[in-house]
Design a protein around this ligand. Structure first.
Ligand code: AMP
Ligand code: GLY
Length: 424
């Protein structure tokens, strides 16, 4: 098959690595890709937002499957545009992508179908929001309804802070159109975990769990980021908890989406809070996590092309027994540019890849990298590498990952030294 992968992050490099191992993959393209993805795919300079160009390219190259990494083009209708041209796509329609694209949509669906999620309200005016905030009390969570590049969630310690957040979004235009409506939620305590499941509109294929490290600093301190590291499986997800997640959350969601006339095809990524053995939904994403995808792809046993192609064609039931997971633990340490998640320098040199990749069980996934005119690898983004390792235990995976991190020569980069600490 000719396959086109859409995206340019560490998640997409992990996809490229796994897709290219399939006997069914004859030619892999990636739009726009990164310096690491060049190893597995032919990168083409088309941005993920250029839907018309992606469709034309897919037609021109006889692409038989398009795999979409990030959420924004899905919310903007990339899957619909491809389907309209008869091109198979792994990823939900714009309507189904509302599960991530509109927090209000997601919350209303949960309420209607009895999916456990935080108590909430949807508001377009400050006065209506004030009543809810005062009644609920702090801590309380204020969210933009729409996509805000992972920044539209504000955890407020006081009622006053919550009111400031609401004013900033609804009146101050802090997040543009994404913040024209807000969702306000009760604050949930517990331990966070990510769970992933594939769906083809009707059938569900549960995958596995992972745990992300969202804060920039060791011990989960400092600013929120897109994710500084992840490991899989998450240490506290027992078979019982997994069964609960599938039966109480994933199944009613996929059935509810079909009943609402927007069947969901793609990967459903549930962000969950677990307390006293009970899982409550924080958010849904309509894509794999980044960096969660890197350890997931390294643990996956089975043919990713076969699996995603089956999902895209509504025949997931045929591949259920083809998905299995290594008993090993996999762990990814993100290396980021100094200053991230704030401002950072671009164009700094990185080397040591060969030495790092030579460490047993390790592969270095690229995210924000490019090759400059002299053939050197430089950073072009904030999160730059995902050094990922496999080990019989999480301790072994962690040891291998950091051994490889030490081989990377990048004075302008930094990383957390404690990825996996909760499990250890
Ligand atoms: P989201 O983008 O909705 O996942 O929110 C980003 C982060 O905010 C989550 O990973 C949680 O750490 C936190 N968060 C979101 N909603 C809540 C909530 N209702 N209670 C506590 N923490 C939350
Ligand atoms: N790592 C969190 C996310 O991809 O949303």
């Amino acid at each position: 098959m000719n396959i086109l992968l859409v995206g340019s992050g560490g998640r997409e490099h992990a996809f490229a690595w796994k897709l290219s191992q399939s006997a069914r993959c004859s030619k892999l393209y990636c739009a726009p890709g990164n310096a690491g993805i060049e190893e597995q795919a032919e990168c083409v300079p088309i941005k993920v937002s250029e839907i018309d160009k992606i469709v034309s390219f897919a037609e021109e190259k006889n692409i038989e499957l398009v795999v979409v990494g990030p959420e924004a083009p899905l919310v903007d209708g990339l899957a619909d545009a491809l389907s309209a041209h008869g091109i198979k796509v792994f990823g939900p329609s714009a309507k189904a992508a509302q599960l991530e694209g509109s927090k209000g949509f997601m919350k209303d669906l949960c309420a209607k179908y009895g999916i456990p999620s935080a108590k909430y309200g949807r508001f377009k005016t400050v006065e209506e929001a004030r009543k809810f905030i005062e009644e609920t009390g702090a801590p309380i969570v204020v969210k933009t309804d729409g996509l805000a590049a992972g920044k539209g969630v504000i955890i407020c310690e006081t009622v006053e802070q919550a009111m400031d957040a609401v004013r900033g979004m609804l009146e101050g235009g802090m997040f543009g159109d994404a913040g024209k409506e807000v969702v306000i939620e009760e604050f949930l305590e517990g331990e966070e975990v990510s769970y992933f499941a594939l769906a083809d509109g009707k059938t569900i294929l549960p995958l596995t769990s992972a745990q992300d490290h969202k804060r920039v600093g060791d011990g989960d301190t400092g600013l929120n980021t897109g994710g500084m590291g992840a490991y899989s499986p998450a240490h506290f997800v027992t078979p019982d908890l997994e069964k609960q997640i599938i039966e109480k959350l994933i199944e009613p969601t996929i059935a509810g989406m079909a009943a609402e006339g927007c069947p969901f095809t793609g990967v459903l990524f549930a962000g969950l809070m677990v307390k006293d053995g009970k899982a409550t939904l924080l958010e849904y994403n309509v894509r794999f996590g980044d960096p969660e995808c890197q350890p997931l792809m390294m643990r996956l046993e089975g043919d990713l092309v076969e699996i995603l192609d089956a999902a895209a064609q509504g025949r997931l039931d045929e591949v259920k027994d083809q998905v299995s997971w290594s008993d090993d633990t996999t762990l990814c340490v993100v290396m980021a540019a100094d200053g991230y998640p704030g401002a950072y320098e671009k164009g700094t040199h990185i080397s040591g890849f060969e030495e790092a990749n030579a460490v047993e069980g390790v592969y270095v996934f690229h995210a924000g990298t490019a090759e400059n005119e002299f053939g050197d690898i430089v950073n072009v983004g904030g999160r730059v590498l995902g050094v990922t390792a496999k080990g019989a235990t999480i301790a072994e995976a962690q040891k291998r990952a950091y051994e490889a991190v030490d081989k990377i020569d990048w004075p302008e980069g930094f990383y957390r030294r404690d990825i996996g600490w909760r499990a250890l």
